[in-house]
Design a protein around this ligand. Sequence first.
Ligand code: UDX
Ligand code: UDX
Ligand code: ADP
Length: 461
Amino acid sequence: MKSPKRICCIGAGYVGGPTMAMIAAKCPDIRVDVVDINEARVAAWNTDELPVYEPGLLEVVKEARGRNLFFSTKTDEAIVDADIIFVSVGTPTKTYGMGAGRAADLCYIESAARMIARVARGPKIIVEKSTIPVRTAVAMRAILSANSEEGKFQVLSNPEFLAEGTAVEDLENPDRILIGGERTPEGDAAVETLVSVYNRWIPRENILTTNLWSSELSKLVANAFLAQRISSINSISALCEATEADVDEVARAIGADSRIGPKFLKASVGFGGSCFQKDILNLTYLCEHFGLPEVAAYWDQVIKMNDWQKSRFSANIVQTLFNTVRDKRIAVWGFAFKKDTNDTRESAAIYVCRDLLLEGAQIALYDPRVPVQLIHQELQYAGVSQDIIDQQLTICASCEEAADGAHAVAILTEWDEFRDVDFEQMYASMFKPAFVFDGRDLVDHSQLREIGFEVYAIGKG
Ligand code: UDX
Ligand code: UDX
Ligand code: ADP
């Protein structure tokens, strides 16, 4: 087995950037080049204002940047000299043509594969890092081998399981690393080369190796199972509200069963993020493609339940505020899809804000990390007109500013700082009755009720 000297990664996004930074930090003798066509993004990776907000990431980047970690737009040069090439370009849900709204758009993957075939010299290991539908490796291998001599490329699947907000921790100490390869002597050798990289800091028994298809499918299934747990507990949250049960008590009781386990049972306003919905849509598309409509319908229900959870949260705000929110100021706390990230992809907040804006509400929004332009962009993409955004949305600099003069506060992201608000003072600054809709079970509800707030919380009967 040849030990790799140079690694290149195509795509400097939420996955590629942090993953390569960790590899570079852990393997000072390997040169790691991260390349991207987006110049602004590359420029940001070379400053202290990284394009991805992750606790602890800047320290990891700084340890290796300029030593053996380089961010640039020089894609060709990086590919020519690399022993291992990670492909970590985005795979958004298709917005056009066949499979629109469900299948993954593989145009970035294909263009990366063609670029590699065009410039690569000598044998290389190509690693799929992006989440992709099962059997993409075949397509990738076909493009590569049709454009170069046979056997030059070995394609591996190495899905990333990091979660945003805890990326550094997850990369440092993953539950497992999964590597899939072709079950041939050449494939096995390529797998072992990649194993040797991760093995610098991850025990060998935590590095699972398998065939390409199992590896690709495992990524989709892991995300589908995680999302399914959230939809399951969210469905129960509605039942708890209709009865006198408390969803957190139910989650605690069932989670104590070691066969169920306590994680990923937190009821919420709905899951978001770039992966869960996309991967389930992908899974259902694949099932239908392979003639398994019952399986597709089973997983589709996870998304339907999530959509319902988001819309019932906004409907409840409207109903509670005496069936009209027109011209009422509603403070929205949080726009990111979870705390400790500036990512807004598929965030529940987008849909709750959209519903309230279309009902005529005046939204006063505060999020500690999400830039204004991104908020505008997401709302427009969700169907809110620029006119409505201009007339009904105010971006605030703090929780208190957002709540000032509001009829209600809606908590949509679980940022820690939202707990530190002086609620007595906030109560004094709001219209009465003053409502709090806690979509994350974040604040102390009995304390708020003592102050005088009317509190609605997910899953609390
Ligand atoms: C179940 C619950 O486990 C128990 O906590 C509750 O009190 C009663 O219901 P039981 O029905 O006795 O217990 O057996 P269990 O081991 O849960 O199996 C139920 C069925 O699921 C069996 O047919 C079993 O073969 C099947 N099963 C279980 C699987 O097909 N796959 C599995 O991974 C586990
Ligand atoms: C997820 C997977 O966890 C990760 O393994 C995979 O690589 C990428 O997709 P991510 O989307 O970054 O990671 O965040 P995650 O922590 O899984 O949360 C996803 C969404 O579910 C968030 O909106 C979060 O608020 C929500 N969630 C999570 C709940 O509502 N309840 C929970 O119990 C857990
Ligand atoms: P993920 O969450 O999977 O990391 P992102 O969208 O955050 O996805 O990042 C993907 C990155 O890949 C983007 O910065 C995009 O500019 C980059 N990219 C897409 N296609 C190419 C390509 N052919 N060459 C280089 N970079 C690419």
